[in-house]
Ligand binder design. Structure first.
Ligand SMILES: *Cc1c(COP(=O)(O)O)cnc(C)c1O
Length: 360
């Protein structure tokens, strides 16, 4: 049995006819830039229930565009979590702002909302929670703190597209929401892609200007921007996949539930009552991770570790002055967490085998 960590091939085979047709249409019309992107943006806005969906080149560029649109600059502070993919804090630092880390909640692995307020200073411009592993943070509390201090909220929803919090979709819970369509994400394209969401007309128009070289009209440039466009082929792929995404989310939930009910002697993921997770990762915590990783590797069960080194301990962020011990929960979790195969296309036989190996 050859088990995939994420079964991208199984997914493609299922939608092959429709996806091939979309790609062929792009080739036949030569509409490589733009084209199907507009239709995708309408579909994404409808799906999320948000006024503006702006497709862009990656989840990383989506974060950058959000920070630019909020006019966050060198010396400003942005509060975020040290337990995330590098891109979150990287883009804050990339524009010259300072990532200010707050430890995570031990149950959800998302930012500990009770520790945010004490980190707010006169320089704080935004809070950037990450909806880790597919589960949204406690956005009511985060939005309330932001409102009180007159700062903005950007949800890094790269792992949570399709998730809900109190019935509201991820990306529609803050000033700006950003997501990624990297192939391994819950909704992935066949290359790099991302999107930015907002209900604010002014922010949306700024994001559109920034993602196209600061251009307001053809060859008229008002701002320094980037080339952050999404390709039409990727838009075509996403237009098809989005049609089946709700079904896939439901299936991912079924896979997660089966893991939850059958895995033994490990810490299973915790999902808050207010939340529906899209299970970007199914992460467990184990007593001896090295032994468990080896056992899985030996028996052909692929695994992943998200994330082995917290961001405050990364070499690149040494200049921020953090040290080991600053975020005890993050540090503890980074030592014993590991992810098991998760996709809507994991078969019953595959999952039974994975459970047997992990429990064995
Ligand atoms: C994947 C990811 C990103 C970056 O997305 P890309 O599309 O790969 O640029 C940003 N933040 C988080 C939390 C991610 O998981």
């Amino acid at each position: 049995m050859k088990i995939n960590f994420i079964d991208l091939q199984g997914q493609y085979q299922k939608y092959k006819k429709e996806i091939d047709k979309e790609i062929q249409e792009v080739l036949d019309t030569s509409m490589y830039i733009g084209g199907k992107v507009k239709e995708l943006e309408e579909n994404l806005a409808n799906f999320v229930g948000c006024k503006h969906a702006i497709a862009c080149s990656s989840g990383t560029d989506a974060l950058l565009l959000a920070l630019m649109a909020l006019d966050i600059k060198a010396g400003d502070e942005v509060i975020t979590t040290p337990f995330t993919f590098i891109a979150t804090a990287e883009m804050i630092a990339f524009i010259g702002a300072i990532p200010v880390f707050v430890d995570i909640d031990e149950k959800t692995y998302n930012i500990d909302v009770t520790q945010i307020e004490e980190k707010i200073t006169a320089k704080t411009k935004a809070i950037m929670p990450v909806s880790l592993f597919g589960q949204i943070s406690n956005m009511d509390v985060i939005n309330k703190i932001a409102k009180k201090h007159n700062i903005k909220v950007i949800e890094d929803a790269a792992q949570s597209f399709g998730a809900t919090y109190k019935g509201i979709k991820s990306c529609n819970l803050s000033d700006i929401g950003t997501t990624s369509f990297f192939p391994a994400k819950p909704l992935g394209c066949y290359g790099d892609g991302g999107a930015v969401f907002t209900n604010n007309d002014e922010l949306a128009s700024k994001i559109r200007i920034f993602l196209n070289h600061g251009q307001t009209q053809r060859y008229k440039h008002s701002h320094i921007g980037i080339n952050g466009r999404l390709d039409a082929m990727q838009a075509g792929v996403l237009n098809i996949k989005l049609k089946y995404f709700d079904k896939e989310i439901a299936q991912r939930g079924i896979v997660a539930k089966k893991y939850n009910e059958n895995l033994k002697d490990i810490i299973i993921p915790f999902v808050e009552e207010d939340n529906l997770s899209v299970w970007a990762q199914y992460c467990i915590r184990v007593k001896d991770r090295d032994a468990m990783l080896k056992k899985c590797a030996d028996k052909g069960v692929p695994t992943g570790v998200y994330y082995p080194i917290p961001l405050h301990l990364q070499e690149v962020f040494q200049y921020l002055g953090y040290k080991n011990g600053d975020f005890p929960i993050t540090e503890k979790v980074s030592l014993d967490i590991m992810a098991l195969p998760m996709s809507a296309f994991l078969t019953k036989e595959e999952q039974d085998y994975i459970i047997e190996v992990v429990n064995g």
